[in-house]
Ligand binder design. Structure first.
Ligand code: HEC
Ligand code: HEC
Length: 274
């Protein structure tokens, strides 16, 4: 009886072994990146044909998020927390010491053994340096401060590093971007690389080159400004996948991956989108 059971077990094990190995091999495989379906220049032409110049005209009338930027500057200079400090106390009255910093974010930070973003760092400074409460992600004040700090690098070329300790996190971000998820079994890369410039219903898919150079942005659909990670959540909802929390490890890695795609482009915040 026992011998028989043992034999069955061995047979099963032998049968299942190749399956196990193939799974392991797949997990270790390099991701096959898609060839982008179009360049950003081609996308811009298609966009004009598709939507006309209304977005451009809108942008020329000014960005409603400029008000948020002014509020962010004000907040930067406002004392908060138990230690009687403002951001300006340590980073310069007009944020001089933070000029150029945001163009190198997200970046690896040994203190958290992971990827740090501007929004994340703002809350760390509030808690660790000011004795203040962290600001709720996507709240007005959080966005306003992020916008102000990033605006101090406006016009400077994005230059995020994926070398050394940042590399594994970049790879995780890329893996996430290429992972199929949700009821439709889509991946980010499918829409924004492979099918870039194709139409899906009333939408025109953009290639990802400019996805991370303009956040926080004002979005007409939202009727207000929001972060890049809010956009991640929106696209995941559209994919019928469960969106992840703001500033989760996955989203910080993903932000690194996308920002690297924008390396060399000038940072320009606040952006404006439909
Ligand atoms: C008491 C001083 C102090 C205050 C107040 C403070 N910070 Fe910081 N901040 C630091 C120090 C020191 C660092 C360097 C990293 C560290 O030690 O955590 C830093 C790092 C940063 C960075 C990243 C800089 C880099 O080169 O990577 C940003 C952005 C930043 N702070 C923004 C803010 C904002 C916005 C506020 C207000 C909400 C603020 N800080 C309040 C001391 C402060
Ligand atoms: C079914 C197709 C589809 C999938 C899958 C998809 N998106 Fe999108 N995404 C869109 C559409 C449509 C827009 C709005 C038009 C545009 O800019 O492409 C958009 C816009 C965006 C934007 C804003 C671009 C800008 O210029 O401001 C970002 C960032 C973005 N998506 C990231 C992602 C990420 C990250 C994923 C995976 C979690 C993802 N998307 C998955 C269709 C998709």
């Amino acid at each position: 009886m026992f011998k028989k059971a043992f034999k069955v077990f061995i047979c099963l094990a032998i049968l299942l072994l190749p399956l196990l190995f193939s799974k392991m091999a797949r997990a270790g495989d390099e991701i096959k990146e898609y060839e982008p379906n179009c360049t950003y220049e081609e996308y811009e032409k298609t966009y004009l044909d598709f939507y006309g110049s209304s977005t451009q005209e809108m942008a020329e009338e000014g960005n409603p998020a400029d008000l948020m930027l002014d509020d962010g500057e004000e907040l930067f200079k406002t004392v908060a927390g138990t230690r009687g400090k403002s951001c300006a106390s340590c980073h310069g009255e007009n944020g001089e010491k933070l000029k150029g910093v945001a163009a190198r974010y997200p970046k690896y930070d040994p203190a958290i053994k992971g990827i740090n973003t501007i929004a994340y760092q703002i809350n760390r400074c509030r808690v660790e340096k000011m004795g203040a409460k962290p600001l709720k992600y996507e709240s007005y004040d959080q966005l306003a401060l992020t916008l102000y700090v990033k605006s101090l690098s406006n016009g400077m070329p994005i230059n995020v590093s994926i070398d050394g300790p940042a590399r594994p996190f970049y790879e995780k971000g890329k893996k996430f971007y290429y992972t199929r998820m949700g009821q439709w079994n889509f991946s980010c890369a499918l829409c924004h690389v492979k099918y870039a410039c194709k139409r899906v219903r009333t939408n025109l898919m953009s290639p990802n080159r400019h996805h991370a150079d303009h956040w926080p942005s004002y979005r007409l659909k939202w009727g207000k400004a929001g972060s890049l990670q809010r956009r991640f959540r929106g696209c995941m909802k559209n994919m019928r996948a469960k969106p992840l929390p703001y500033q989760s490890e996955e989203y910080r890695n993903l932000e690194l991956y996308l920002t690297y795609q924008a390396n060399g482009l000038p940072l320009e915040v606040p952006g404006m989108r439909m």
